[in-house]
Design a protein around this ligand. Structure first.
Ligand SMILES: O=C(O)CCC(=O)C(=O)O
Ligand SMILES: [Fe+2]
Length: 200
C-alpha cells in the first residue's frame, strides 16, 4: 500500500525538531475521525486473535503482560498507518540519515492490570530498530486510568506521556521507557522503523 502524503495535521518540522532536541516527539490528532473509527473496528474485531506478548518461541518473560497481534496484509486499515509511517521514514532519513528501510508493527492490548516494565526496544543495538512509534487508538482515556508511557529522553530527563486517543508518540528506540499498569483496556499500534541492517 502506498500513501502519497502525510496527514495535513502533522507538523513535520516540529516532529523533526523535537526528535533532534529531545529524542522523542508527539503527534496529536493524527488521523481524521472516520479513519480512527475504522481502525478501532479493525482492532476490536480481531481481539480474539491477540496472543500474550510475553511468550516468544515458548519462552515466558515477566517484563510485560500485554497482548499483541502482528499487522499482516489483511489488516488493511492498520496497513494504511504502516504505509504512512513508511512515508514519514523517508523524511526522517532525509533529515537524519537514519537508513530506515522497513516498518514492523503490531496491535497491542493492555487489559486492566497489564504493564510493560522498563526496557529499551533496541538493547545494545542488538536489533535494527531505529525509531519506535506508538499510536493510541482506544476511544477515550482519562489521566487517572494509568497506562502512561514513561520515557527518559536523550538528555536524561523523564517524561510521563498520557496515551491520548489519536496520539502518536515517536522516540529513539535506544531510550529507556515503560508502560505503567493500565486500569482500563488500552489499545495501540506499536511500530518500529527499522534499518534492516541487523547483523544478529
Ligand atoms: O504502548 C506504549 O506506550 C509503549 C509500548 C512499548 O514500549 C513497546 O511495545 O515496546
Ligand atoms: Fe518499548
Amino acid at each position: 500500500m502506498l500513501v502519497s502524503k502525510l496527514p495535513a495535521s502533522w507538523n513535520i518540522d516540529q516532529v523533526l525538531d523535537d526528535l533532534d532536541q529531545h529524542g522523542f516527539a508527539l503527534i496529536d490528532h493524527a488521523y481524521p475521525a472516520d479513519y480512527v473509527t475504522n481502525l478501532v473496528n479493525e482492532c476490536t474485531t480481531h481481539l480474539n486473535q491477540f496472543r500474550e506478548a510475553a511468550i516468544q518461541n515458548g519462552v515466558v518473560s515477566k517484563i510485560r503482560s500485554d497482548h499483541i497481534l502482528w499487522i499482516h496484509p489483511e489488516l488493511a486499515v492498520a496497513q494504511h498507518h504502516v504505509a504512512t509511517l513508511s512515508l514519514l521514514s523517508e523524511q526522517l532519513n532525509q533529515a537524519f540519515y537514519l537508513g530506515i528501510r522497513e516498518v514492523e508493527a503490531h496491535f497491542a492490548c493492555y487489559h486492566a492490570g497489564e504493564f510493560y516494565a522498563l526496557h529499551r526496544d533496541n538493547p545494545q543495538q542488538k536489533n535494527d530498530r531505529v525509531v519506535s512509534t506508538v499510536y493510541y487508538l482506544h476511544e477515550q482515556w482519562q489521566d487517572d486510568w494509568g497506562g502512561q508511557l514513561r520515557l527518559q529522553d536523550k538528555n536524561g530527563e523523564w517524561h510521563i506521556i498520557q496515551p491520548q486517543p489519536n496520539r502518536i508518540a515517536l522516540f529513539q528506540s535506544d531510550l529507556l521507557h515503560e508502560v505503567i499498569e493500565a486500569k482500563q483496556q488500552r489499545l495501540s499500534i506499536t511500530a518500529w522503523l527499522r534499518s534492516g541492517n541487523s547483523i544478529w
